[in-house]
Design a protein around this ligand. Sequence first.
Ligand code: SF4
Length: 369
Amino acid sequence: MARHIYVHIPFCARKCSYCDFYSVAAPDKINTFFEALRKEIENTDLITDVNPDIQDTVYFGGGTPSVPDADLICETLSLIKERFNIRSDAEITIECNPASVTKEKFEAYKNAGFNRVSIGIQSLHDDTLKILGRLHDRSRALSTVNEAIEAGFKNISCDLMIGIPGQTKEEILEDAKTLVDLGVSHVSMYSLIIEEGTPFYDRYKNIEDFVDPDLERDMYHSLRDYLKGRGLEPYEISNCGKMSVHNMSYWKGMEYYAFGPAASGYLNGIRFSHMRSVEGYIKEPMKVDVEEILSLEDKEKEYVMLMLRTSDGPSKKEFGERFGKDMHVYFEKEIQSLFSKNLIEIDENGFRLSKKGLDLANQAFEIFI
Ligand code: SF4
């Protein structure tokens, strides 16, 4: 049964040059979008029976959930609390952008019940932020973290991006130090990926001509090691610090509800997604497309592949409890193949990516597809 809820807020103040998430800059559609979202949440039982179980996490992502008025976001969370049984200590996250969030918005989120914020900092260097096409600068990014702290948030995550043209290792380590000194409890570190169809694809199609791949890997490992040394333990390929319960549910292959355009969910063994169109969603908020019906074998492979992203890796005990099989025997061929290439470490509890495996993770995942 699903114990997690994702809500996609598809608006951004402006599209960043590298981004291929579904989002639009369309302020005139915000109010009608929230009416449609309300309709979808109120009618959830048209998709599936409303889960009477207690919900562990709620996550508002995007897009940029801090773009709309805080009232619209807080009313949506209230509706979710009416419709679902949310545990009193549930992790309730909202993604925020320094350019659109304010101290007043943080206070409103806190009063509504949000207890975790994820802030898209990306960099604390103005030249790097300009290359990314972000609307904020270093000063606004630092004020944003302080405003979240002043509003009472203790669980604060910041995104940092590495592998940006012109960026140095010293720069990213300085950014991490500044954020940890401020008191953030979690850092997500992402490598710049050049996606087809984005303005960055035209500019940096061959990113290796602009960023030395060895430097990019050096930045990644140095940042990870630095955060670990400051007490933000790496628990997943891209994440260090106080674990995100919501994101961990994805890597464990747990089921979850999903609301909003382009949101993908997983209920009753079926992966589904909403259409990537605000206009379409406003017309038919209940419409979802079935992406995949997972067989038992799919679930077994998916569990191992997704958990391989985590520092603990897939667990022999958990695999046995969920699937009634010995993981080391069932995937013996795959495990041996990865081990022989030095991509994983194995012990009696399971297996996990080695340092080399962290750099060649896609190769390791592919073996389970
Ligand atoms: S703010 Fe985030 S979601 Fe919006 S365009 Fe930029 S990277 Fe994409």
